[in-house]
Unconditional design. Sequence first.
Length: 59
Amino acid sequence: MEIVYFTLVAMLLYLVSDRLLRGAEKIAGRSFEHRSLIFFFLLLVLAMSSFSLIQHLTA
């Protein structure tokens, strides 16, 4: 069941990261030069924290 939680959260985090990046670009008024690296960093931080929380709650 844990794998289902990880998969659902991963899909949600992908969308959240994209929305955060688009919002930051809108505030800045321009598209960021290293957009893919910023997206990766956002996704990584959110994934590590939420996956750790899931693992803690399901253990």
